[in-house]
Design a protein around this ligand. Structure first.
Ligand code: NAD
Length: 328
């Protein structure tokens, strides 16, 4: 790939990793975000701090680039996206519509939109032993309030820009991405990072708080698999939404057990059913992913969570928090 590439959300988890991944492939990369990366410096050739809710700033971001990997979004874990429907939906509508329009105006050739498994109907996710979700299951629509509805509408916008204006859009539906350099505290963190933090801050044999009854199920994908999948999809001719995740379904209790195993701790689970837990079960059907990309995520949960736990443990150590288990 000899083209010039823009990564939006390059100050965030997936975007920051993607900049490094593309740089390793020798690509010229511009990173854009409303903030700089928190945990290490960017490897982007050009990094601009811009607010992509603004049309004029999207026009600056997309100047002189051939491809856009659009990852910027106002988002967080289940606690965050269920608490702020209006802010999340309106910020993301602005970011996404302005980014699509600016990309078209500036002659971008290819545009990847990061959608989410949150677009899938809630009526298909009401039991822990859920049937894996196929891309065609998205309709009749009943997505996650706020965040999910906005993602689903944006998928349609990508389709319209492809059909009406010839902008080559690619749409990826991520299923729970985790790994080092992701948010692990402050309210926007997702389940794997939150549990790693809690396990690291808890003494062996103590109690750990789990959101929900622990029987809710999900699948989780390690960041390096996510990058490989994004890159392969962007190279492909596939113009429809595509799942990107693993199809290994685990309960949240099992996720906790794996992380405890990595940490070498045995903890007592205390379930708080008053906390948000999202849909009851969610898994990815990877048939289309395998057919289109000839590949699927490979990295096991045990290996990936080992890297994630070690990184979060190291961060907490740097912050001087490992000796204060009561701050969990
Ligand atoms: P993240 O929150 O770490 O990164 C998103 C970045 O967007 C942040 O750095 C944030 O500062 C930036 N941003 C927010 N508002 C902005 C604005 N107005 N202008 C410029 N930048 C702005 O999230 P992530 O996990 O890296 O997710 C990347 C993309 O993947 C998002 O679109 C998200 O919805 C999607 N996604 C992620 C997951 C996951 O499991 N991580 C799952 C489904 C979908």
């Amino acid at each position: 790939m000899t083209e010039r590439v823009l990564v939006t959300g390059a100050g965030g988890f997936i975007g920051h990793h993607l900049v490094r991944y593309l740089k390793d492939k020798g690509v010229w990369v511009r990173g854009v975000d409303i903030k700089r990366p928190e945990y290490e410096t960017t490897s982007a050739d050009d990094f601009q701090v811009l607010d992509l809710r603004r049309r004029d700033e999207c026009l600056v971001a997309t100047r002189d680039v051939d491809q856009v990997f659009h990852l910027a979004a106002d988002m967080g874990g289940i606690g965050f996206i269920t608490a702020f429907h209006a802010d999340v939906a309106s910020n993301n509508v602005l970011i996404n519509t302005h980014m699509l329009e600016a990309s078209d105006i500036n002659g971008v050739k290819r545009f990847l939109f990061s959608s989410s498994a949150c677009i899938y109907p809630q009526y298909l996710q009401d039991k822990p032993d859920v049937t894996p979700l196929k891309e065609t299951d998205a309709y009749p629509a009943d997505p996650e309030e706020g965040y999910g509805w906005e993602k689903l509408f944006m998928e349609k916008m990508c389709q319209y820009y492809l059909e009406d204006k010839g902008l080559e859009t690619r749409i990826v539906r991520f299923h729970n991405v985790y790994g080092p350099l992701g948010t692990y505290d402050g309210g926007r963190e997702k389940a794997p990072a939150a549990i790693c933090r809690k396990v690291a801050l808890t003494q062996d044999a103590d109690e750990i708080e789990i959101w929900g009854d622990g029987h809710q199920t999900r699948s989780f994908m390690y960041i390096e698999d996510c990058l490989e999948g994004i890159y392969r999809l962007m190279q492909s001719d596939y113009q429809h939404p595509l799942n990107l995740g693993t199809d290994r379904l685990v309960t949240i209790d099992e996720l906790v057990d794996i992380i405890c195993g990595v940490a070498g701790k045995c903890l007592v689970k205390r379930h708080d059913v008053s906390k948000p837990q999202g849909v009851r079960g969610r898994n990815s059907d990877n048939s289309e992913l395998r057919r289109v990309l000839g590949w699927e995520p490979l990295i096991s949960l045990e290996v990936g969570l080992g890297h994630n736990y070690n990184w979060i443990h190291e961060q907490l150590g740097r912050e001087g928090r490992l000796s204060q288990p009561t701050t969990v």
